[in-house]
Design a protein around this ligand. Structure first.
Ligand code: SF4
Length: 506
């Protein structure tokens, strides 16, 4: 008689008590033992880790969740610990998602016995209504990934509704930006397979009469129109932005003359475009130098005649130069973020006149950002990929900028030191970046922030004497710091981790 083998490891419940604050190595080992080696090896190649082995920003699954929630006729189901799902749904609604997030809860028993997978399967069948959805996306968070919940065994299609299962664990995908690529890549793969099998849906407004350039990476809504205008003299048009807003756009994205990897970390998506025979161009039309080089590279990739490339450059480069000259930025700036467009933003700041000393990006290095990195390094800028929070803070400390552009903790620290600062995601990413409308768009907000230095000095003076760190606040007797306790805890934690490793090895 054949033995029925559960796809789940016997000790799956062990991982339930862990999460992004637990040892990533332990989760990784559990996931490998549970049959997720292939997925994790691919992630390790696509998104190599940096100095830290776990996300220092928000849960990475937020990236792929947001991509799904922004797509028409797409349902989203999360499979993970309730606390993770609570955080993710809270954040997605905080950022304006108007959709329901589906959740299949689990406990130790359903996790260990494989019932969780059956529950997910049942939920997917219940939701697969073609009148409502084109696609259902199911995401395994950390614990179900580490437990090997086999989403790949779900049907690829139910009643004509596409089913896409992805694993997005914090111990395999380092940033939420890269998690967007996990889902975009999985969707492109599915759509490419459909297109290879036969005719697919045309774009909503019909096929473009001219060859198009697909734009890879989320951007300010007006940017694709501006890019389209710059492509027009070359006989090209702007194609869809990937991640797309609806399924049929995936076919148009694949049906392009070339792909512009505006955000350079979309490695899984680029793999799909290359498999479809499309060439990929890095960097973006940012500032005068960046736009000149980008139009040149797009022209070469799409086989555009020299005179047409010249026509595009002659039409737009003078306008960009004038806009940059009309809105100069004066001051020293450090830039850090986790969106993937940090190098492009730094280029625009420099062309606007800013003295940029440091660019840290939480995303990994790829060949698609080499042009930007080389341009920045030639200007003496320190460029750090997979930058840790500690590196970003050290840069602020070392370069003492007039303005620190960064993530929440960087902005917080800078403000404590009376350094004006801007939050990258909300205040910098939310502006046009490319072509003539991008040139000068940052100057207003950047110059206003730098001009606010006097207010920070006033505030610092006002709060002077209320203590810092453990002694913050107004005290009759200021609390006494106990570094020896922290040191003792650290030693105990190390000892406990070492004995856990020995137990695991046995
Ligand atoms: S799913 Fe996200 S929040 Fe939950 S443990 Fe993993 S990284 Fe942390």
């Amino acid at each position: 008689m054949n033995e029925i083998v559960s796809p789940f490891p016997k000790d799956a419940s062990k991982v339930q008590a862990t999460g992004c604050h637990a040892g990533a190595d332990e989760m990784l080992r559990a996931a490998q033992a549970a049959g997720k080696s292939e997925t994790l090896e691919r992630y390790a190649q696509d998104y190599p880790k940096g100095p830290h082995d776990q996300p220092q920003s928000m849960c990475p699954a937020f990236g792929s969740l947001r991509v799904g929630l922004r797509m028409r006729r797409t349902a989203t189901i999360l499979s993970g610990s309730a606390c993770c799902v609570y955080g993710l749904t809270f954040t997605s609604h905080f950022y304006g998602a108007k959709r329901t997030v589906g959740y299949v809860p689990f406990n130790s028993e359903t996790l260990v016995t494989g019932k969780l997978f059956e529950d997910i399967r049942e939920a997917v069948f219940q939701m697969a209504d073609p009148a409502l959805y084109d696609t259902i996306v199911i995401t395994n968070l950390c614990v179900p990934t580490a437990s090997g919940v086999p989403l790949q065994l779900l049907p690829k299609e139910i009643n004509g509704v596409r089913i896409i299962g992805i694993d997005v664990p914090g111990f395999g995908v380092p940033t939420h930006a890269e998690a967007k690529d996990v889902l975009a890549g999985a969707m492109l793969h599915y759509a490419r397979t459909e297109a290879e099998r036969g005719p697919v849906q045309a774009p909503r407004g019909g096929r473009s009469g001219r060859p198009t350039v697909t734009l890879l990476g989320e951007m300010f809504p007006a940017d694709p129109m501006g890019i389209g205008a710059m492509l027009e003299p070359m006989g090209l048009g702007a194609g869809p932005v990937v991640p797309t807003r609806e399924w049929r756009e995936l076919y148009s994205a694949l049906d392009c003359a070339a792909v512009a990897a505006i955000h350079p970390f979309y490695k899984a998506s680029i793999r799909e475009f290359e498999a479809a025979g499309r060439s990929v161009v890095g960097s973006g039309p940012v500032g005068r130098d960046g736009t000149a080089a980008w139009l040149e590279a797009i022209g070469a990739a799409c086989g555009v005649a020299r005179d047409k490339v010249d026509a595009a450059q002659n039409r737009f480069l003078p306008a960009i130069s004038s806009a940059l000259a009309a809105t100069p930025i004066k001051g020293r700036i450090t830039v850090s973020g986790y969106e993937g467009s940090e190098l492009l933003v730094a280029r625009l700041l420099i062309e606007s006149g800013a003295d940029v000393r440091y660019v840290g990006t939480a995303c990994g290095r790829t060949i698609w950002s080499d042009i930007d990195r080389q341009w920045l390094e030639a200007k003496g800028v320190q460029v750090v990929y997979r930058a840790s929070l500690e590196q970003d803070l050290a840069a602020v400390h070392e370069y003492k900028p007039d303005l620190a552009i960064g993530t929440t903790p960087v902005v917080q620290k800078a403000k404590e030191q009376a350094i004006p600062s801007l939050y990258f995601t909300n205040l910098v990413s939310a502006r046009p970046l490319f072509g003539p409308s991008g040139a000068g768009s940052l100057a207003t907000v950047v110059n206003a922030a730098i001009a606010g230095k006097a207010r920070f000095d006033e505030m610092k003076d006002f709060f002077e004497g209320v203590g810092t760190g453990h002694a913050s606040g107004v005290w009759q007797d200021a609390p006494k710091d106990r570094p020896e306790f922290r040191e003792a805890f650290r030693r105990k934690m190390e000892k406990a981790a070492a004995s856990r490793n020995v137990e695991d090895a046995i």
